[in-house]
Design a protein around this ligand. Structure first.
Ligand code: NDP
Length: 465
């Protein structure tokens, strides 16, 4: 019989891979630095011939920069095991589950998505621990239909609150900061609607090119990789109705409510969307080849490296406000922010010189910061008008994004997880775009690596630090 003092077994399938070494293990280290009393048994699983010694070395390396003490690292390593197995084989999977202690068991699928689905189908036939939690990385399906099928498959193994669909954007302190910014003061709440907000941009521009990720990226592209998942999740928190408590079900309900009301601008993939692909250029002084010449890229896939989609949340709060999501690679400047443009004032008192520029709120996702740009008196000229910036720095995150993600999984708290309906709704919104793009109804434009993207795209007038 499991007790609350039992350690949580974290069984990472595909633990020899990049996600585990680069994000999961450092994330766990940063969590144990802040919360050293957590009891975790860390089992790495893979087909390749790693052994306990190598697994322990990898844990130590990943923990090194996280601040976790040597004593705590030693304790984790002492109970950590490497299990060589192919989890796609029923008897191996059964053996893996037998290795787990009493108490909660988390299966973390750090595997290619098709492999994870195969293993879920096998789990259905096995006797699984009562407190089994499944942690999955996106993509959650390839379209609405496959997302539904995946959810049905998962629900045949465990209940929804035992499924953790990971969106590490939801782990970033900044997204939680968005809730605080909107609902923990008297100022933002009353102006958070179409009455005061004219348009919104949610940008995730990367100043990095492909960086050897063709295997995954060339079949996904910017829309699937970023907009359909992370940026829609961010948008749903930006636009949701007031939340009374940070309760998983309440947050998921409010997010789903937004996504259900979300439509392409004018219901037209042609008018609401744009796509482009980078050509050769220079980024940070380094020559970047054209996307189609990057190693592993198949030009026939027609993969976009920059995507822009204009949406409308059709409810009484937001109707008529364009909300544009944009993300891409190899852009001249990294801009990861929500930019909220306020409507101009109806009247500036006569006697002032000049026009009042529209006010803006810029919420920087990475690094965390909020700045409010307000028109007020010019410095040294009280009758002049000038835009002043009020800044709040939110850089200091408590722990890495994957630390926050893992904390909730280990606690069995799905607050930051993407609920089944949100995963399906994301595809429901974007499926028509993918179909229109597959039929070439929207041209695939070009932009030089290191540029700001094709002309006349976003960011409209925003030049934000
Ligand atoms: P990898 O491609 O590095 O694969 C992880 C491991 O999966 C491999 O080391 C391999 O381990 C195992 N594996 C591969 N193919 C099979 C197979 N056919 N059957 C059984 N095992 C297999 O993936 P990543 O670590 O990069 O990513 C894992 C997941 O996380 C993916 O779903 C990805 O989309 C997602 N993700 C990754 C991010 C990243 O930065 N890497 C970021 C966010 C999400 P072995 O050979 O030892 O069995």
């Amino acid at each position: 019989m499991a007790t609350t003092d039992d350690p949580v077994t974290l069984l990472i399938l595909g633990a020899s891979g990049d996600l585990t070494q680069r994000l999961l293990l450092p994330g766990l280290g940063s969590l144990l630095h802040i919360e050293p009393d957590r009891k975790v048994e860390l089992f790495g699983v893979g087909r390749t011939g790693l052994d306990d010694a190598e697994w322990h070395r990898r844990i130590r390396t990943a923990f090194q920069e996280t601040g976790v003490t040597k004593r705590r690292t030693d304790q984790v390593v002492k109970s950590a095991r490497w299990l060589t197995a192919d989890a796609t084989q029923g008897d191996h999977l059964k053996w893996l589950l037998e290795q787990c202690s009493d108490g909660p068991v988390v299966i973390y699928f750090a595997l290619p998505p098709a492999v994870s689905i195969k293993i879920c189908a096998l789990l259905e036939k096995l006797d699984v621990p009562a407190d089994l939690r499944l942690a999955l990385e996106k993509p959650f399906g390839e379209d609405e239909k496959s997302a539904r099928a995946l959810n049905a498959q998962l629900h045949r193994v465990v209940a929804e609150d035992q499924i953790f669909r990971i969106d590490h954007f939801m782990g970033t302190a900044t997204v939680l900061n968005l809730v605080g910014l909107r609902f923990a003061n008297r100022v933002m709440g009353p102006i958070w609607s179409s009455e005061h907000i004219e348009r919104v941009e949610i940008l995730y521009d990367e100043a990095l090119a492909l960086e050897g990720r063709a295997g995954y990226y060339d079949t996904a592209g910017a829309l699937r990789d970023m907009l359909q998942s992370h940026l829609l999740q961010v948008m749903s928190i930006f636009a949701m109705e007031p939340i009374a408590q940070l309760h998983p079900q309440e947050l998921a309900d409010l997010k789903a409510q937004v996504l259900r009301a979300t439509h392409l601008w004018q219901d037209s993939p042609k008018r609401a969307t744009r796509r482009a692909r980078y050509t050769a250029g220079t980024l940070d002084g380094k020559k970047i080849p054209s996307y189609v010449d990057e190693e592993g890229v198949d030009p026939k896939n027609g993969t976009e490296t920059l995507a822009q989609v204009k949406l409308e949340v059709r409810n009484s709060r937001w109707s008529g406000v364009p909300i544009t999501l944009r993300s891409g690679k190899a852009l001249g400047a990294a801009r990861k922010q929500i930019v909220c443009y306020f409507r101009p004032v109806d009247h500036v008192p006569e006697g002032f010189n000049g026009d009042a520029q529209a006010d803006r709120l810029v919420i920087n996702l990475k690094p965390g910061a909020v700045s409010l740009e307000l028109t007020m008196n010019a410095e040294g000229d009280p009758l002049g008008l000038e835009q002043k910036v009020l800044n709040a720095d939110l850089t200091a995150a408590r722990m890495q994004a994957y630390g926050e993600v893992l904390r909730d999984i280990l606690d069995g708290n799905p607050l930051l997880s993407v609920r089944a309906d949100a995963a399906e709704l994301g595809w429901h919104i974007m499926d028509p775009v993918l179909k229109a793009w597959a039929k070439d109804r929207v041209p695939l434009e070009d932009y030089a690596a290191g540029s700001a993207g094709p002309e006349n795209w976003l960011p409209s007038d925003s030049v934000v630090g």
